[in-house]
Ligand binder design. Structure first.
Ligand SMILES: NC(=O)c1ccc[n+]([C@@H]2O[C@H](COP(=O)([O-])OP(=O)(O)OC[C@H]3O[C@@H](n4cnc5c(N)ncnc54)[C@H](O)[C@@H]3O)[C@@H](O)[C@H]2O)c1
Length: 259
């Protein structure tokens, strides 16, 4: 129950965001989960209820300043403040620069990067009032070394690494720790969409097995494994960790690709 008495906001209500919300709530935290997808929002709320834990779910577009202000305001009025922020909402468009239209490019940066900027902007003053806080941003191995055909997404993930460092330095004196997590392939709806786009005729589980082969551990990761790392970074156990990026990639980045 290490999150007892803590007020947390998590963005993204499926996949990794949902797993982090569940993990924090299981640890005793009061959790507000924010997402734009109505079906995912309902599913997240229902799964929490079935598991006997409380997660309050709100519709929120992380790229919309008034939605974000409203979500943070809800946490303050209902939970008494904000101690923890986990930013996992994102979109993953595919395409090189020639294939990516400006609208898609702007939307990707807006959701993946500006969404974190906005939640930080409205949450940090609340964390300061509580004497500190902890933030985790979901980056990606694609922010370190990218594949072909993910120009907008990889750019957004590189920006998250920089934004994490900037936030960590600027708010260390406020006792606010800020770290990022860079996962390899994790079995979530985002990876399912990628599997369907690139291998529409093969069952998703088979495609996941193939994605898994690229990782030295021979499998894709689970959202719960990522949530466990997030929980550590958001807890007082990680009291001396700030400004860092933590790989959880089954060894993917340790190797050199061999064809
Ligand atoms: N799954 C992977 O293999 C993988 C790998 C590396 C990094 N990541 C990162 O992990 C994070 C979580 O992704 P996931 O795999 O759980 O995918 P996901 O698609 O299940 O989760 C992303 C969530 O963000 C929500 N979202 C999208 N746009 C939004 C908006 N404008 N406002 C609010 N919510 C919005 C979606 O509805 C969804 O619930 C993302 O930052 C992703 O880039 C995932």
């Amino acid at each position: 129950m290490e999150f007892e008495g803590k007020a947390a906001i998590v963005t993204g209500t499926s996949g990794i965001g949902k797993a982090i919300a569940m993990r924090l709530a299981r640890g005793g935290g009061k959790v507000l989960a924010c997402g734009v997808d109505e079906a995912a929002n309902h599913q997240c709320e229902a799964e929490a209820r079935e598991a006997g834990i409380a997660i309050h779910v709100q519709e929120c577009d992380v790229s919309n300043p008034s939605d974000v202000r409203q979500a943070v305001g809800w946490a303050v009025s209902s939970f008494g403040g904000v101690d923890i922020l986990a930013n996992a909402a994102a979109i993953h468009p595919f395409g090189d620069v020639l294939e990516t239209d400006l609208e898609t490019w702007n939307r990707c940066l807006s959701v993946n990067v500006t969404g974190i900027f906005l939640f930080a902007k409205f949450s940090i003053p609340e964390m300061k009032k509580r004497g500190g806080g902890a933030i985790v941003n979901l980056a990606s191995v694609q922010g370190h070394a990218c594949q072909r055909g993910v120009a907008a997404y990889a750019t957004s993930k590189g920006a998250i690494l920089s934004l994490t460092r900037a936030l960590a330095l600027d708010h260390a004196a406020d006792n606010i720790r800020v770290n990022s997590i860079s996962p390899g392939s994790i079995a979530t709806p985002m990876l399912e969409r990628a599997a369907r786009i690139f291998s529409p005729d093969i069952p998703v589980e088979r495609v996941f097995e193939r994605f898994g082969q690229a990782h030295p551990l021979g499998r894709v990761g689970t959202p719960e494994e990522v949530a466990e790392l997030a929980a550590f970074l958001l807890s007082s156990r990680a009291g001396f960790c700030t400004g860092g990026d933590y790989l959880i990639d089954g060894g993917l980045k340790a190797g050199i690709a061999v064809k």
